[in-house]
Design a protein around this ligand. Structure first.
Ligand code: SF4
Ligand code: SF4
Length: 505
């Protein structure tokens, strides 16, 4: 039966430019382009196109233009084209709608309603090209006080310090599992983390045996499916992250389809080849803060208290109270993932309708932990839609110690945000296990792009810090006086703990 669904994208081929070289045919895993040997011409089928721009980017004569297809539905501000097509899709398939990447709904972007301060006249700014500027960040439980003993004219530290992650810049790569992303993408993230003095996160897919050598820069994740979790895995990472939830799909588990579980992934995840990897929604041993405390304690015990334990949750309505419980359960670092967090696959309804924006969640958590006098007991990593260095610095002023980035890292590697990661056909070689597609991501080039991104953001952070008259990121942490809000209601300003633009100290 003919589908009611109209093409999302329109491919126009300039016949004068097209040399029928078949590059587009080979590049499109969605088979939008076909070559007809009978007439020696390439033709296109727009309905299959997902708008990844691979063919247009690689066409040697720039003969292709891929644009959004103007949908022929009567204009209706309530029953939009997207709504109508989603109903068509569900009527035709009877299934859940799936999406990759983070929510693209027009929810308010709080970062764009926050403005940074700058020094003028009375408090001179600092030029980062001439003065040292410190972005080094330590993540982990801090002591309430430091005790020194003095003997023979030398002081020595008596306080036992808990293990810390030492970062050259307050940016880490968020969880992206081997299976959801390709081996080459995992390798590029690991090598970049090592080169930039930061950390990447294995996600819940275990750690490929070749990547153990990057363990000093890895956060190894323990999620509800416990895929790939064993003694050597826990020992290999610099920190262990217990994943309770993620911003793209709060409250539900994960699903890696069996087609993606090849021999290497089956070995790494410790599951049979070709079987679906289903992560349950809850951890079956965690139903309370006390249960979480037991797992935190067990992981610390298993690794002889040498590694900080991170607990990661999605930003939900009651996040401040949850975060307080996590800290009291022994988490050394808490990671909060906001509404815009990305994923390889999520039910579209959940991705777009569940959770809260990271800026609000972060401000609420930082304020609650300070009020309870336990802010020092855990560092905060904020994630879920960090787009640029200004978002990073605003997150830090709202109370984060560091940020997790994932979507931005994928874009740096070549992702064009087509949101079809769940198909396993990523034309850019990132969210795929197809050996033909994986080869498209050159790890050397990806490392160069990722290190450039971290370097560029770090330089911009230094510029903005210097402009505020600060020479260390530490002095901005939780300093909401350096932020002002625009276009926000009184309630939003109160939750964020910032003054409106125009109001003085
Ligand atoms: S899916 Fe990508 S490669 Fe295929 S036709 Fe569309 S833009 Fe081109
Ligand atoms: S990772 Fe690949 S499939 Fe996923 S959004 Fe990016 S380009 Fe598309």
């Amino acid at each position: 039966m003919k589908s009611f669904i109209q093409p999302e994208f329109h491919i126009s081929r300039d016949e004068e430019r097209c040399i029928h070289c078949e590059v587009c045919v080979r590049q499109c895993a969605f088979e939008s382009h076909t070559y007809d040997p009978a007439d020696g011409r390439v033709t296109t089928e727009s309905l299959r196109c997902v708008g990844c721009q691979r063919c247009a980017s690689l066409c040697p004569t720039q003969a292709l233009v891929v644009t959004e297809h103007p949908r022929q539905y009567r204009t209706n501000a309530y029953w939009t084209a997207r709504t109508i097509e989603e109903i068509y899709k569900q009527a035709e398939t009877g299934g859940l709608l799936l999406s990759g990447m983070g929510s693209d709904m027009p929810h308010k972007i709080y970062w764009d309603h926050l403005l940074l301060d700058a020094s003028q006249v009375t408090n001179p700014s600092i030029d980062p090209l001439r003065e040292p500027m410190e972005l080094k960040t330590f993540l982990g439980r801090k002591p309430q006080e430091v005790k020194l003993s003095h003997r023979g004219g030398t002081a020595s530290l008596e306080t036992i310090l808990m293990p810390q992650l030492e970062l050259e810049t307050p940016i880490l790569f968020s969880a992206m599992s081997y299976g959801a992303i390709s081996y080459n993408a995992c390798l590029a993230l690991a090598r970049t983390a090592q080169q930039c003095g930061t950390f990447y996160n294995t996600g819940e897919g275990g750690l490929h045996k070749d990547l153990y050598r990057y363990g000093k820069n890895a956060v190894v994740q323990v999620a509800s499916g416990r895929f790939g979790v064993h003694k050597d895995y826990l020992e290999s990472g610099a920190a262990i992250e217990i994943k309770i939830g993620q911003g793209a799909k709060p409250g539900i588990g994960g699903h890696l389809p069996g087609e993606k579980v090849d021999q290497a992934i089956s070995e790494t995840r410790m599951i049979p080849e070709g079987t679906d990897a289903l992560s349950p929604a809850p951890h079956h041993d965690i139903y309370s803060i006390e249960d979480l405390a037991q797992l935190v304690a067990a992981l610390k015990e298993a690794t002889r208290y040498r590694k900080p334990i991170i607990v990661k949750v999605a930003a939900v309505h009651n996040i401040a109270a949850i975060a307080s419980g996590m800290v009291r359960a022994g988490a050394d670092i808490i990671a909060i993932d906001g509404l815009r967090g990305g994923t390889g696959a999520a039910p579209t309804r959940i991705r777009d309708n569940v959770g809260i924006p990271i800026a609000l969640a972060l401000a609420a958590v930082d304020e609650r932990l300070r009020r309870e006098g336990i802010r020092n007991e855990a560092s905060i990593i904020a994630g879920g839609g960090i787009r640029n260095s200004a978002d990073v610095i605003k997150a830090i002023a709202l109370g984060a110690d560091a940020v997790y980035i994932a979507t931005a890292a994928m874009i740096a590697m070549g992702c064009h945000m087509c949101q079809r990661c769940y198909t396993g056909k990523c034309n850019w070689g990132i969210a795929t296990q197809d050996p033909y597609l994986v080869r498209r991501l050159n790890p050397e080039i990806a490392v160069r792009h990722l290190t450039n991104l971290i370097r560029a953001w770090s330089l911009e952070i230094k510029e903005m810090l210097g402009g505020m008259g600060a020479n260390a990121i530490e002095s901005l942490r939780g300093n909401r006086l350096r932020l002002r809000g625009i276009g926000l209601s009184r309630e939003e300003l109160d939750i964020l703990g910032v003054k409106p633009a125009g109001e003085s100290l």
